[in-house]
Design a binder for this molecule. Structure first.
Ligand code: TMP
Length: 254
């Protein structure tokens, strides 16, 4: 049996060497963590659903001209992606007050923001992903002012598009987190959307009831966690054909 080289293991995904140079295989696990790894658990079928949901959203974003690392889905839990140099920032876009923003300023969750807000966090588990300003980003050399402009304009385009897409299936896109990478091609560098877009890194509330259909169900012990991920996939029209039985995926990873 050929064993693939494991390049990186994160909390929810594993990256393996891809079949061609410049590619990686992104494997989606069922593992879930919250509060910087203090809370750990498993959401059965999450990997399969997030693989599908992220594929669906990245393909749609690609169609409107947003460059992404996504190449194609390979199987239930894996997708082929372009190898990029990850910019060590979490770019958070917020439309409605929730989570850490609600806590930081004492504003009730659910308050509509007058305009979308973008925040940057430095990706560092040891430091607990501290919030940073553009000054920190440029002074510490994590990204140039041009990179920041590019990420900001991509994040706003992504937000506009996803707001409409989710509204069309009865979901409010409250907030979400993006990661970007640098793709080097023929002596040129392009910033592309990387990582994943899924209920792990979006807040999605039902339009009518405000029911939470995202990872907050796990973070806050709200129950029906698996069902929430399934519901998002179902509304997007991409629930695995065979139903939940299809979601176990391979039990062993090569
Ligand atoms: P926050 O309100 O906890 O700052 O989260 C904002 C958004 O970012 C929310 O949609 C969840 C997502 N997020 C991640 O994807 N990873 C993280 O580590 C954190 C803290 C938030």
């Amino acid at each position: 049996m050929t064993r693939r080289r494991r390049i990186y293991e994160g909390k929810a995904k594993v990256l393996f060497e891809g079949p061609e140079p410049g590619t990686l295989v992104q494997y989606f696990k069922d593992d879930a963590t919250a509060f910087n790894n203090q809370k750990k658990g498993t959401i059965t079928g999450k990997g399969v659903l997030n693989n599908r949901i992220s594929e669906y959203l990245m393909v749609k974003l690609g169609e409107i001209g947003v460059p992404t690392h996504f190449v194609r889905r390979l199987n239930m839990r894996e997708q082929l992606v372009r190898e990029v140099e990850i910019i060590p920032l979490e770019v958070v876009v917020r439309n409605i007050v929730a989570g850490s923003l609600a806590k930081r300023f004492g504003i009730p969750e659910g308050t509509q923001l007058p305009r979308s807000i973008i925040e940057y966090y430095y990706k560092s588990d040891e430091l607990g992903d501290p919030m940073v300003s553009e000054e920190h980003i440029t002074a510490f050399g994590w990204a140039t002012p041009q990179d920041i402009d590019e990420m900001l304009s991509l994040a706003l385009r992504i937000n506009d598009f996803l707001l409409g897409l989710f509204l069309g299936v009865g979901l409010k896109l409250v907030d979400f987190k993006l990661e970007f990478g640098r793709l080097y091609e023929n002596d040129e560098m392009r910033i592309v959307l990387a990582d994943e877009i899924s209920p792990d890194n979006c807040r999605l509330w039902d339009v009518k009831t405000n029911e939470k259909l995202d990872k907050d169900r796990f973070r806050r012990d709200l129950g029906n966690v698996e069902e929430a991920y399934q519901e998002v996939a179902r509304r997007l029209g991409i629930f695995p054909e065979g139903g939940p039985r299809d979601m176990k995926g391979p039990s062993t990873m090569q």
